[in-house]
Design a binder for this molecule. Structure first.
Ligand code: FAD
Length: 296
């Protein structure tokens, strides 16, 4: 089936207007941002919204900036904007790494950060990247604004905490100096969804890891995170051996499923190896950031 079922269409002019439209049209209405996930699902009749509420005019959600120690990324920021943003790369190279391997320029020119997170596909790269950096999601609805840690944002495959009449407006990432981050992915061919992927952010205190965040994609990790491996890393020497062991722990605690992209053992192996690689690259970048801070 290549043609969506009939639907009504409304174009929101502000966040408040979008919320009002969602409230008026009820649970059978859906927001559309880039449409790169929702429209294919409608064509396949997996999704059959009665009303589509277009949020592409909400320029207030297209900004990226730094404010009071937070990197703020609007929900309507396109993948291509995130990829090219100097301020994002300066603070969190993990997003540039991830965006380089998300789909192709056509999808990246249109698909949005908010759509990616709200789609909640277990293979979504940005969900793991935002989980690694422990971002906070900002959600607005008829009763005002609330914030939710990204690690509590997804409640299952294709399910989030965003309510029927609510809209995700922004992602906020706490900026802490001296950190380094990276994202690594294995896909079957360029631009494909991940067989498995891992993102890491690391802070060092001399030769020791002072804090770490690890996100995992497409391997059934709870909240897209590898919390046991993060716990293991704190206070340990930032060496290749430590990172390999963290990878082993991450692989042990994830739950991949076999599909056309590979069997369980292969995906588990990738989870471990990619975690170790992301940690090594994040550590090298953290050392570089510390040298810059000290004027070396
Ligand atoms: C060929 C192809 C390859 C792809 N490859 C990859 C890949 O390798 N890695 C990857 O991570 N992704 C990949 N994607 C997905 C891509 O990143 C999509 O753009 C993204 O998943 C959805 O973003 P969107 O803006 O298009 O969302 P839409 O399709 O517009 O919306 C998706 C869902 O989110 C909801 N939604 C959107 N915005 C909001 C909001 N602000 N608040 C609340 N709900 C909202 C919608 O109602 C809908 O339910 C691929 C997509 C395609 C078509």
């Amino acid at each position: 089936m290549q043609v969506p079922a009939q639907f009504e269409y409304a174009r929101a002019t502000s966040v408040e207007h979008a919320i009002d439209l969602l409230s008026r049209h009820g649970p059978e209405s859906r927001l559309v941002a880039g449409g790169h996930s929702l429209i294919p699902m409608m064509k396949l009749r997996i999704a059959n919204p009665e009303t589509l509420i277009d949020i592409n005019d909400l320029t207030e959600l297209t900004r990226i900036g730094v404010d009071a120690g937070w990197l703020r990324i609007g929900a309507l920021v396109r993948h291509a904007h995130l990829l090219d943003s100097p301020v994002v790369s300066e603070h969190f190279a993990i997003f540039r790494d991830a965006e380089r391997v998300i789909a192709d320029p056509i999808v990246r020119n249109r698909g949005t950060v908010g759509g990616s997170l709200c789609q909640a596909d277990p293979s979504e790269d940005l969900s793991a990247a935002f989980s690694a950096v422990r971002a906070t999601a900002v959600i607005r609805g008829p009763h005002g604004e609330r914030t939710v840690p990204v690690r509590e944002f997804h409640v299952g495959p294709y399910q989030t905490v965003v309510g029927d009449a609510e809209i995700l407006t922004e992602l906020r990432v706490p900026i802490r100096p001296g950190g380094g981050s990276a994202y690594t992915k294995v896909e079957r061919r360029v631009g494909d969804w991940a067989v498995a992927a891992a993102g890491a952010v690391l802070w060092l205190d001399g030769d020791l890891v002072s804090d770490a965040g690890i996100g995992l994609t497409a391997v059934g990790a709870a909240h897209f995170a590898a919390e046991q491996a993060e716990e293991f890393l704190r206070g340990r020497p930032a060496t290749a051996e430590t990172f390999a062991e963290a990878g082993r722990i991450a692989a042990e605690h994830c739950h991949p499923v076999a599909d056309q992209r590979g069997p369980v053992d292969y995906k588990r192996h990738l989870a471990g190896e990619l975690t170790a690689r992301a940690l090594r690259r994040a550590a090298a970048r953290a050392v570089g950031a510390a040298a810059e801070t000290e004027g070396v």
